[in-house]
Design a protein around this ligand. Structure first.
Ligand SMILES: [Mg+2]
Length: 305
């Protein structure tokens, strides 16, 4: 939404404006963490909003940089939290899209070395991508451990069991210029409800970029590749009829802008109104400014009453 001087003005919308917006859009892309839920707790009203949109025949997909679980586990989580109509084909996680990239774009011949959680490996195997099995060798070091001969890609995601040995092995594989260097996403950190934070995939990717002197290809938001995955599976989708709903300016809002979608920020997650206002008058950061802001996804419920 262009405002005065060509700069965006982020504005809260309510009531009839929300109803008009939901009627005008055919395709809804939701981020998950911080929008629909926090960990295992659904945001109040989120499931009703998603269920109502689906019941109205709108297209709804979920676009998450979280690579820690395969899509079938996401389906269970959605169901557990009350999103009862969500199926595999609605879920576009950075692990699933990384698997599609390796299979369909890179056409990988060889194995992937994964710095990430078991869920990421499961998703790759589901797509027929072989991963290096990590041997259980507690005393192994980079001086004497085995390295697989046919590693053609290193994929970095969120890894809560990261070891120095894993980083060292990945750095060795990346010495081969024919070995692809991919990251599921570039998220710097994630908030925990205790006020603590978790370092994200981006921090592990940065370590390997420094060690290898190379730049990773990032699959997740804010890059466009996940949108290409969605549009290839929903032919005919028109960016002008899409709304991207998320809680993080640097990933969700920028992703929407990069893909030509209208964007909506919910204030139940990482980014707050003050940050969005800070970017409003900056030409450089216009693409981080949301078109619309709501306090919570539950504000959309008014459109169904
Ligand atoms: Mg989020």
């Amino acid at each position: 939404m262009a405002a005065t001087y060509g700069f965006k003005a982020c504005r809260k919308i309510r009531g009839a404006q929300i109803r008009g917006l939901l009627e005008a859009k055919e395709f809804f892309l939701f981020d998950c963490d911080g929008v629909l839920w926090h960990g295992e707790k659904a945001v109040a009203g989120a499931a009703q909003v998603v269920n109502s949109l689906m019941r109205q025949g709108k297209n709804v997909v979920f676009v998450t940089n979280n690579s820690t679980r395969p899509r079938d586990k996401y389906v269970h989580k959605f169901y557990r939290l009350g999103f009862t109509a969500v199926a595999l084909e609605h879920i576009f996680s950075s692990s699933y899209c990384s698997a599609l990239y390796l299979r369909d774009v890179a056409k990988l011949r060889g194995q992937v070395f994964v710095v990430g959680c078991d869920g990421l490996r499961d998703e790759l195997r589901e797509a027929g991508i072989p991963c290096v099995e990590e041997a259980d060798e507690p005393d192994a070091t980079i001086y004497d451990c085995a390295l697989a001969a046919d590693v053609k890609a290193v994929l970095v995601g969120h890894d809560d069991k990261l070891t120095f040995l894993k980083l060292a092995k990945a750095s060795c594989y990346l010495k081969d210029p024919n070995c692809l260097f991919l990251a599921t996403d570039n998220d710097p950190w994630h908030p925990l409800s205790s006020g603590r934070i978790l370092p994200g995939s981006g921090s592990l990717m940065a370590a390997l970029e420094v060690a290898s002197g190379r730049k990773a290809t990032v699959i997740g938001k804010p890059n466009r590749y996940m949108f290409e995955c969605i549009s290839s599976q929903f032919p005919g989708m028109d960016p002008a009829q899409c709304l991207m709903v998320g809680d993080r300016l640097e990933t969700d809002m920028l992703f929407g802008s990069n893909c030509g979608l209208d964007t909506m920020l919910t204030l139940t997650g990482v980014s707050q109104m003050e940050e969005a206002h800070q970017y409003e008058n900056s030409e450089e950061y216009q693409s981080l400014v949301p078109d619309y802001v709501v306090d919570t996804i539950a504000d959309l419920l008014s459109a169904f009453e």
